[in-house]
Write a protein that binds this ligand. Structure first.
Ligand SMILES: *Cc1c(COP(=O)(O)O)cnc(C)c1O
Length: 370
């Protein structure tokens, strides 16, 4: 990325001089890497500031372009807020949104999806991988159901890119949101894949201006971030299979150690999930006390980073049928490519000790109350 902050500072849209050409070549290369990663073409990649913007562009852009065909949208109760909130916003404008419930393992119920389709359905938005519980949705099955009914299919693949195979042709995906910072890339850069053929997706731009990105997303491109995005995805893809195997081993090792405690439950499907994701609920401890007890040693999270300042329990865990108290007393572990077996063992030891100690304190104070 560094040379594109310094020597090669040109604007990739300036096609009349060498400064622009250099930047354009770098953007082009990143576009090709991303396109190849999902079996798309470079022209189908629209750079955005991240997956939030990509989701907004996909959902509002389709709604605005197709409202004369229909005003019904289907999505999932466990989506990221960057899908739920634009959908709620469209509802306030007169669209109708079906939020499908999920099964207790977090997977979509395809029969419920089948029943939710209406003649005026224009879009189905179902995430590839959940950001809290890591559950992987059956994209190819959903894609086929949508294509059979000529309904557009959008997927938020922010968590999935570089971690699981993605193929917009085989999976019949029409729009796909991506972001760099979930695969060790820079923050503030993402992309939306927009299908150009069979069918050609129409999209109403949400930013109007200079007409960059085929008019779908105006604004000068951020070359260094785009270069970093491309490289991050290239590295993740090159190491994907070996890294997935390694992370599954680490995750299973962590779960094996934590599940030796009573009253510890796994959230989400045991195997149909991201390699590096483990999410548990813990009985008999207070959620806040649990997180405070872990924080000095482990960088763990109870939900999405964007909403960890909020005190509401996770809407994803509630959708799985977890009681509110258990949803609070939950931990999401994210294992990445820099984590080691030694770290997993240290984390497991500390988590087990913290839970045991909190439970002991609770027992003692219960005796004191008597
Ligand atoms: C992180 C994330 C987003 C938001 O991505 P940004 O690039 O931070 O805007 C959207 N959806 C999912 C599933 C995510 O994990």
């Amino acid at each position: 990325m560094l040379p594109y902050f310094r020597e090669h500072f040109g604007n990739p849209s300036s096609n009349s001089h060498a400064y622009g050409w250099e930047a354009e070549a770098a953007v082009r290369q990143a576009r090709e890497i991303l396109a190849e990663a999902i079996a798309a073409t470079p022209e189908e990649i629209v750079f955005t500031s991240g997956a939030t913007e990509a989701n907004n562009l996909a959902i509002k852009g389709v709604a605005e372009a197709y409202f004369q065909k229909g005003r019904h949208i289907i999505t999932l109760a466990t989506e990221h807020n960057a899908v739920i909130d634009p959908s709620e916003y469209l509802r306030s404008l007169g669209f109708e949104v079906t939020f499908l419930p999920v099964q207790i393992d977090g997977l979509i119920d395809l029969e419920k999806l089948e029943q939710a389709f209406r003649p005026d359905t224009i879009l189905v938005s179902v995430m590839a991988a959940n950001n809290e519980i890591g559950v992987l949705q059956p994209l190819a099955e959903i894609g086929k159901m949508c294509r059979d009914r000529q309904v557009l299919f959008h997927t938020d693949a922010a968590q999935a890119i570089g971690k699981i195979p993605l193929d917009v042709q085989a999976m019949q995906i029409d729009l796909m949101s991506l972001t760099a910072h979930k695969v060790h890339g820079p923050k503030g850069i993402g992309a939306l894949y927009v299908r150009r053929r069979n069918p050609r997706v129409q999209l109403a731009p949400q930013l109007h201006g200079g007409g960059q990105e085929r008019g779908m997303r105006s604004g000068t491109l951020y070359t260094p971030q785009i270069v970093g995005f491309g490289q991050a995805v290239a590295i993740a893809l090159a190491e994907r299979e070996t890294e997935a195997k390694r992370q599954i081993q680490l995750r299973d090792r962590l779960w094996q150690k934590l599940s030796q405690l009573d009253g510890v439950y796994l959230n989400g499907h045991p195997s149909q999930r991201l390699p590096g994701n483990l999410n548990i609920s813990v009985e008999g401890v207070d959620g806040t006390a649990l997180h405070l007890g872990l924080q000095p040693v482990v960088a763990v999270s109870s939900g999405a980073a964007c909403s960890s300042a909020k005190t509401a329990p996770s809407h994803v865990l509630l959708a799985l049928g977890r009681l509110e108290k258990l949803a609070y007393a939950s931990i999401r572990f994210g294992i990445g490519r820099f984590n080691t077996t030694e770290e997993i063992d240290r984390v497991a030891e500390h988590v087990v000790a913290t839970i045991s100690s909190l439970r002991r304190q609770k027992q003692l104070s219960a005796i004191g109350d008597r």
